[in-house]
Design a binder for this molecule. Structure first.
Ligand code: XIL
Length: 343
């Protein structure tokens, strides 16, 4: 009998201490709040109805980005037709839980509807299609989506506007400025971003982002920020000083900058040493963002390693996020917490 009672007492003590620990646990979002830095994750609509997923998400993050739900293809099954089911679910979840939404993305050459990529539309028809698309989507979420990735990945590696791009081929280089103008018309309060990949460190592509932003500003185009995607990997992550320098250049233009899609892929199988190296990469980038006066959000591209796009697109690599497959915090998470506590 005493053994049974002793056992019960031990269990109660364990439950109470873990409850106290969980209440005291400092979350990313709570630690980032004093810096006015939003902490974000990409999400899909169906994941949000999973209790474990949504409670971890709400504990740690205060910004969400639909991973695919607001892209043209997933939204529009046929010309002029929209299925907003998933996007609406994400925005409603954000509304209910007081999260900020980064709308992603209005103009991209990937994930277009087949009716559009296979269609034989003239230049003026394509312009009209894009205009209607932007007015429809931004208009629907007016006041509910605070940031929009208006144009995504428009540049080539040499920093020029990529020519092998659907919108470039069908409209010409003006598509970028037009998209920002239409988005602004549909929601004058939304903050409008140009989002780019592999342009975080020093190089022609980063220079291209700066000159694109400069020329848009010079033309009076409403642009408010630059997204640095930050898809990277062990051994080839961008140099933090170079990222800081680019954030500074963006600040000189009067623009915000956000880390929009960070993940750090590792070749499988993964060692603890590699997870620690990965932690250093997350920590470095977060530190750069905290020190930059214009860096207003830091987002990862998925909540846990079980939700990451990386293994399917870059086979043989993975473990790219800050929570593991069973939702446990990884060294990268702990390192981010430490950086936020540095002050
Ligand atoms: C990815 C999604 O994560 C995948 O699920 C989808 O199959 C392809 O797109 N840059 C972007 C994101 O801006 O939209 C991409 O998201 C990843 C690269």
């Amino acid at each position: 009998m005493p053994i049974v009672i002793g056992g019960i007492i031990v269990i109660i003590v364990i439950l109470v201490t873990s409850w106290i620990n969980s209440r005291n646990r400092q979350s990313l979002r709570s630690l980032a709040e004093p810096y006015e830095l939003a902490i974000g994750s990409a999400v899909t609509g169906w994941q949000l109805s999973d209790q474990n997923y949504s409670s971890l998400l709400l504990e740690e993050f205060n910004l969400i980005t639909p991973e695919n739900a607001m892209k043209f293809g997933p939204l529009s099954p046929a010309p002029g037709q929209y299925d907003f089911t998933e996007a609406d679910a994400i925005v409603a979840f954000a509304d209910k839980n007081n999260l900020v939404v980064r709308g992603h993305t209005l103009v991209w050459t990937n994930q277009l509807p087949q009716w559009l990529s296979d269609g034989a539309y003239t230049q003026s028809e394509t312009r009209e299609i894009l205009r209607n698309h932007i007015l429809t989507v931004v208009g629907r979420y007016r006041g509910k989506v605070q940031y929009w990735d208006v144009v995504n990945e428009a540049l080539a590696n040499d920093g020029s506007i990529a020519s092998n791009n659907f919108w470039m081929e069908h409209i010409g280089p003006d598509y970028i400025a037009l998209a920002f103008e239409w988005a602004h018309e549909a929601d004058p309060d939304a903050l409008l971003f140009y989002n780019e990949s592999y342009a975080e460190g020093k190089g022609e592509k980063a220079d291209g982002v700066i000159s694109l932003a400069q020329s848009l500003i010079a033309r009076g185009v409403p642009i408010h920020g630059i997204g640095m995607e930050m898809h990277t990997g062990l051994g080839w992550s961008p140099n933090p000083q170079e990222v800081a320098h680019n954030m500074q250049r963006i600040s000189t233009l009067g623009l915000d900058v956000q880390i929009t899609e960070m993940d750090v892929r590792i070749e499988q199988p993964v060692t603890l040493d590699e997870l620690n190296q990965q932690a250093r990469v997350y920590a470095e980038i977060l530190r750069v963002c905290l020190k930059a006066t214009n860096c207003s959000a830091f987002s990862v591209w998925g909540l846990t390693d079980a939700n990451s796009w990386i293994p399917s697109v870059y086979p043989g690599t993975g473990s790219a996020l800050i929570f593991d497959e069973i939702m446990q915090p990884k060294p990268a998470y702990e390192a981010m917490i430490k950086v936020l506590q540095e002050r």
